[in-house]
Design a protein around this ligand. Sequence first.
Ligand code: EPU
Length: 300
Amino acid sequence: MRQFLDDLHVPHTLDAPLAPETWYGVGGPAAVLARPSSAQQLAALAARAHEQGLPVHVLGSGANLLVADAGVPGLVVKLSDACFRRVEINGNIVTAGAGADLAKLVLQTAKTGLSGLECIAGVPASIGGAVRMNAGGRFGDIGRVVRRVKVMDSSGHVYYRDREDLAFSYRKSSIVAKFILEAELELTPDDPDALMQEVKRIFMLKSESQPLGDHSAGCAFKNPSPGPDGSPRSAGKLLDQAGLKGFRVGGAEVSPQHANFTVAHPGCTAADILAVLDHAQRVVFEKFGVKLEREVVVWP
Ligand code: EPU
């Protein structure tokens, strides 16, 4: 692994703990955690890993991620260098690097008087992660405002995907390229005070119903598709009705506040969280015949 990176001069750490990089705060190390300082370095790194068949994982803000206790055997790339975190605002078009922080951008655009992101206030994410998973909630998602995305494939080739050729659906995008480099968002001019009010309103609603102060990865399961009568179904409600609030394995617990949040208490392991999620999935299936799909991404 050392020789793998030696001649590339990409800043990196071997056996790098990933727990501090995730919101759960659990899990083992990455064999290599690289933080390239330019797109050229990233391309060289990607090409090398590709040639050698080494698995590559891209780390965003770790807000929707569970790393296994044994860690990740391959290469983990974090686009945290300033060159990947740039934000430019030109009229109503915002170009944001993959490593930029979504929560900060929500505030910045609202204060600037640009509407479109306030609906995802309170969602923790990097821009790259948010676009890849079409981050959002009850009030909207980021896919609605994406105009163009600059990506790099696993061999280092850079290209753009335009809105016409992109599809966003519930917590899903059609982007398959390994790396998202930046996203262009098309927002709508609006009154900054009204937008800030809306950001505050949505944030308050979230903090009333969700355990935002605990270690979690947000909602653990996706909401299932509508029931036979066409009415929407909520994973949180099903988990709650199944009596799972407070269910605990080791340091992992189904939040007593919102049943779709599994929270990690001190001493929690990834195995504890996986055991809670598996149990919850099984109980909901037995009681309601609904197979919940995990929203949390599990590595490796
Ligand atoms: N509910 C319960 N018990 C619970 C939790 C919820 O009965 O323990 C009920 C609520 O009372 C409500 C319904 O279930 O009637 C839906 O709950 P909520 O309004 O909290 O919304 P949600 O569908 O659980 C979704 C997103 C959240 C997002 C919120 C608000 C999913 C899986 N969840 O939650 O996203 O914050 O809307 O926009 O799509 C996330 O993706 O990580 C996430 C937290």
